[in-house]
Ligand binder design. Structure first.
Ligand code: NAD
Ligand code: DAU
Length: 366
């Protein structure tokens, strides 16, 4: 039995991971530490925190005293650090909070782990969740990123993640802290905050609002279903070699415009087979038998928009036998189902502060 700290566990990937880990190792004790920023939602984990096995603590990873108290109280064997500011567009408007949480917050956790775990690191492990964006942008014919690709972050978000990765590596090299890092590609699936491409498109489509596509829509991302990502993290957390980095990808590259078309067609199919949807979402073009693609609009590009990301996940496949299992079409279908069936979850988000962000990002400038 292990004691596990999951930071950022009320966010998109963290919440999916807690659910996954509870199924995988039901007797492990889990503490979720999350500040519940605009992107964190207690409702995403409420049903998982209804017993002594899993506890929710609202707190900030930059708060050294609070973090040290948690380490003392729970004697963690394992830490998985998901907590972060994660949206590239927001880092273009205001990036100081990205440095604070992603760099200073990770640094604070590393210090707490070091202080609590020294002198013996046996059974301990600090798993840091990073991103493929630290490697920069690929041209159309470049080979995918490997674990040894040069760091070349292009957005303030990516730079803050790169800095946190370097700190994690430095604590391993200097202090012998038992760390492992995973760098993954674009996740999608249940519980993703609706500022990100896929949930934004689904919710706008259902509301009959425009589907904003940055630039020419030719930017390419490698899409990874969140359940597959959680399974890969689970493997690396248990069996990955200490001090190593592992890439995790979906092996499914697609240009944004093609992805949005797929989503529109998926929504059209739902409305064609479920007449109730036209009653629930009358503003969606599919409610009147029209194509949801009619809502697609090209808008002003993201400044410094990385053209292409692609991941080579061979190391993970060779060492730990892992390959992502969910084909993109199936993952998108599951994701559309989840958002259609969990309207309460996203309705509670798309008010107040979220509306202000949408007005700032997609308002007059476009
Ligand atoms: P998210 O924005 O959905 O969730 C982040 C969570 O961190 C939220 O619950 C938020 O409340 C919490 N948080 C923020 N600041 C905090 C602080 N100071 N203290 C404690 N908690 C804080 O993000 P996500 O998409 O779930 O991403 C999780 C991790 O995975 C991040 O580190 C991100 O960089 C990385 N990542 C995400 C993707 C992706 O496609 N979503 C891809 C690669 C890597
Ligand atoms: O690659 C991993 C990264 O993936 C993670 O590190 C980040 O935390 C995560 O947010 C994600 O970053 P992206 O910038 O790739 O994701 P986003 O969903 O914001 O955008 C995906 C693509 O879609 C990107 O090329 C920008 C484009 N886009 C996005 C939005 C929100 C649009 O065309 N229109 C939009 O409205």
């Amino acid at each position: 039995m292990s004691n596990l700290l999951v930071t950022g566990g009320a966010g998109f990937i963290g919440a999916n991971f807690v659910s996954y880990w509870r199924r995988l190792r039901p007797s492990d004790r889990i503490v979720i530490l999350d500040a519940l920023t605009y992107a964190g939602n207690f409702e995403s984990v409420a049903s998982l925190c209804d017993d002594d096995v899993c506890r929710f603590v609202r707190g900030d990873i930059c708060d050294a005293a609070a973090v040290a108290t948690l380490f003392k109280k729970y004697d963690f064997d394992l830490v998985v650090n998901f907590a972060a500011e994660s949206h590239v567009d927001r880092s273009i408007y205001a990036s100081q909070v990205f440095t604070r949480t992603n760099v200073q917050g990770t640094h604070t956790l590393l210090d707490a782990a070091l202080a609590a775990w020294r002198p013996s690191f046996q059974r301990r492990r600090f798993h840091h969740i990073s991103t493929d964006e630290v490697f920069g942008s690929l041209g159309p014919h470049d080979p995918p990123f490997t674990e040894t690709s040069r760091y070349d972050p292009k957005s303030p978000y990516a730079a803050s993640k790169a800095a946190s990765d370097f700190l994690v590596r430095a604590y391993s090299h200097t202090h012998g802290l038992p760390v492992v890092i995973t760098n993954c590609s674009n996740n999608y699936g249940p519980y993703q905050f609706p500022e990100k491409l896929i949930p934004l498109m689904i919710m706008n489509a259902l509301a009959g609002e425009q589907l904003p596509i940055y630039g020419d829509g030719g930017n390419v991302r490698d899409w990874l279903f969140v359940e597959d990502h959680c399974a890969a993290i689970g493997l690396v957390l248990q069996h990955g070699r200490l001090g190593e980095t592992y890439n995790i990808g979906g092996g499914q590259e697609m240009a944004n415009i093609d992805l949005v078309r797929l989503l529109c067609d998926e929504i059209d199919r739902r409305f064609a087979t479920d007449r109730n949807l036209a009653v629930r979402f009358p503003a969606c073009p599919a409610a009147k038998g029209n194509s949801t693609r009619a809502l697609m609009r090209f808008v002003k590009d993201r400044p410094g928009h990385d053209r292409r990301y692609a991941i080579c996940a061979d190391k993970l496949a060779h060492e730990l036998g892992f390959c992502a299992q969910t084909p993109l079409a199936k993952g998108l279908s599951l994701t559309v189902d989840w958002y259609v069936n969990n309207e309460d979850w996203w309705r509670s988000i798309v008010s107040g502060a979220y509306r202000e962000w949408i007005a700032l990002q997609y308002g007059a400038a476009n």
